[in-house]
Design a protein. Structure first.
Length: 227
């Protein structure tokens, strides 16, 4: 939502200023870092609400920044990549990025992605958060944005939480990757279905102690079922 702080990390001045201008026009507060070390220092000093992170940074690159941030924080991360190679995007997602934008990018697209991620990470004021769900030994509490397995809290990022909630609400139903993109990421998401696969893999790892299974239905999509 407007007024929140966005950290933009890029060693290209024109990219930084373009992102700053459009984000500030939308009411966000923008702080700047020109390399990975500056970004990490800023995050330790005053964590932003969201991080826009270039991959090709001097000294400490964007992949390493993402890895270090994810070790201690769930702050949403949008990665900027100068190449349209799937491998860059997949590696970024596997390290914990929430989304990516390929350079050169439309600044309005960047703003739309920032807005979409922050909206999903913070339920709108005045909107009902929804009742808690329990399935097997897993409890999902949308009001607190928390998930527990046998009473133990599981640390999920915003998109992982939304994906789990969607699968639970459609338990024992097969949802295609396209359906999950629409339900979880929404029409403003510009990515591809590999994003779903990466997030499902993360969920499986984090729910390893639960009695739920996210099944792959080959050629169709995914289905969540109690074991």
């Amino acid at each position: 939502m407007a007024g929140e702080t966005i950290l933009v990390v890029d060693d290209e001045a024109n990219i930084r200023e373009l992102a700053r201008m459009y984000l500030e026009q939308e009411g966000y507060q923008v702080i700047i870092a020109t390399n990975g070390e500056q970004a990490l220092a800023q995050i330790r000093r005053d964590p932003p609400r969201l991080l826009v992170l270039d991959l090709m940074l001097p000294e400490v690159d964007g992949w390493e920044v993402c890895r270090r941030v994810r070790a201690t924080s769930n702050v949403p991360i949008i990665m900027l990549t100068a190449r349209d190679d799937d491998i860059d995007k997949i590696v970024g997602l596997e390290l914990g990025a929430d989304d990516y934008v390929t350079k050169p990018f439309n600044p309005r697209e960047l703003v739309a992605r920032v807005r979409a991620i922050l909206r999903r990470a913070s339920p709108a004021a005045g909107q009902p958060a929804g009742q808690a769900r329990q399935i097997g030994n897993v409890v999902i509490d949308p009001a607190a944005y928390e998930v527990t397995v046998s009473g133990r809290r599981v640390n999920l990022r915003a998109k992982e939480f939304d994906l789990l909630l969607t699968l639970v609400d459609h338990a024992n139903q097969v949802l295609s990757r396209e359906q999950l993109l629409d339900l979880v990421w929404g029409y403003e998401f510009y990515g591809h279905t590999r994003t779903v696969d990466v997030h499902v893999a993360h969920l499986r790892d984090k729910l390893a102690d639960s009695n739920l299974a996210i099944e792959t239905v080959w050629g169709k999509g995914y289905k969540l079922s109690p074991l």
